[in-house]
Design a protein around this ligand. Structure first.
Ligand SMILES: [Fe+2]
Length: 385
């Protein structure tokens, strides 16, 4: 992310001697997700972040594909994913392609005795239910209902939950998550026509420096395998950092909807983008105000992307039988639109309370075994009811 941040204590000049009170050197680390070619941060560790003391045997956590190819509208009952105590066990990839994984999770317990690192993917963790804190070496970020937590790949983290009732919708992205380019000035500021701005971005705070030695396990995901790597020092031992690559939070409730006299196309809801998909936020808003406007969306042929909608709260005006946590998938190749009767019904309505997250992927998504287990049968024929 392009906006410069600084927290804790850092030396005046980068790559120079920076000493602890006892005279020994802090250990500088450059953290980036695109080599030396894009945004980065410089972190100052109490100990070198390289002190591996033991490696566990890896565990295969790759998604089990149930349908490699398909061309049907699908509907999944997301809240049928069963809660599980452990965070990593609770994460169930339901739809995947070579660019991203769509994951549902209902973790009950905080991560206390290990840390997690996704070495393959940036993660966008949408908080549907629950609250707590995201802990990283950058500091902590408090989260609650409606937050997108954006964690760059390689960033070690823990999630601490306030209660056992948590529902997460997670997008793992092999490419960096970015703000939409058209909202950025040539030097990276979010411009006036953007639906959110820098004030809405919550960055790490309350940096705690853990000067601790012991056995700290970082469960690291890489190419579908989970590696338990033990380090001799606490990963959150940073005394200070600065730069432009760091985890942050953005609340869907801070997304300012863009509306018009007639129906606005889905890109007005765009919130994040990568080279391979976009993430959009559908939030409560006033409907179109042309005297003959039709608030329901027109039918459209999304020939070049799969459209995934994750329903969060409120009535969703273009669909019947919507439940909280439901996913609908409208694959590229067959047109879709409002269910019968809902176009006429939408006329005259002045506002919507709908809240949903959309992910449009440019490559087709595949269904995993977990998706089949929570599928609503017959959705493809629901326009014929
Ligand atoms: Fe659509």
């Amino acid at each position: 992310m392009p906006h410069y941040q600084k927290l804790g204590t850092i030396p005046h000049k980068r790559h120079t001697q920076f000493r602890k009170p006892d005279g020994s050197l802090y250990s500088e680390q450059l953290f980036s997700t695109e080599g030396f070619s894009n945004d980065y941060s410089l972190l100052y560790h109490t100990y070198a972040p390289t002190l591996i003391v033991k490696c566990d045997d890896p565990i295969d956590v790759s998604p089990k594909i149930a349908e490699e190819h398909m061309l049907k509208h699908r509907s999944l009952e997301g809240f049928k994913i069963k809660p599980e105590a452990d965070y990593l066990d609770s994460r169930k990839a339901v739809l995947v392609n070579s660019d991203c994984h769509i994951v549902l999770a209902a973790p009950q317990k905080s991560m206390i005795d290990y840390f997690y690192k996704n070495a393959d993917s940036d993660e966008v963790i949408f908080i549907h239910e629950g609250s707590g804190k995201l802990l990283t070496c950058y500091g902590e970020i408090a989260f609650a209902y409606g937050d997108y937590l954006v964690v760059p790949r390689g960033c070690i983290y823990q999630l601490h939950f306030d209660t056992e009732i948590n529902r997460l919708f997670i997008v793992e992205s092999h490419a960096p998550i970015r703000y939409p380019k058209r909202y950025l000035s040539k030097y990276g500021q979010l411009m006036e026509h953007s639906p959110y701005c820098e004030r809405d971005i919550r960055t790490p705070e309350n940096l705690q420096t853990h000067d601790e030695k012991g056995d700290f396990i970082i469960k690291t995901k890489k190419q579908g395998m989970l590696y338990g790597i033990h380090y001799g020092t606490h990963p959150f031992d940073v005394i200070g950092w600065d730069g432009c690559c760091y985890p942050f939070a953005f609340s869907i409730h801070d997304f300012e909807p863009i509306t018009g006299r007639v129906h606005q196309p889905p890109p007005v809801h765009q919130t994040f983008e990568t080279d391979a998909f976009v993430i959009c936020s559908f939030v409560p808003r006033l409907y179109d105000y042309h005297p003959l406007s039709i608030p329901a969306p027109y039918n459209h042929s999304n020939i070049d992307s799969d459209e995934l909608l994750y329903y969060v709260d409120g009535d969703f005006m273009s669909r019947k039988h919507v439940t909280r946590g439901m996913i609908t998938l409208h694959p590229g190749g067959i047109p879709h639109g409002p269910h019968p009767g809902l176009v006429e019904k939408s006329i005259g309505k002045t506002e919507t309370k709908e809240l949903a997250v959309m992910v449009d992927t440019f490559k087709p998504l595949k269904l995993t075994q977990y998706a089949i287990e929570i599928e609503n049968d017959g959705y493809v024929m629901s326009w014929a009811e």
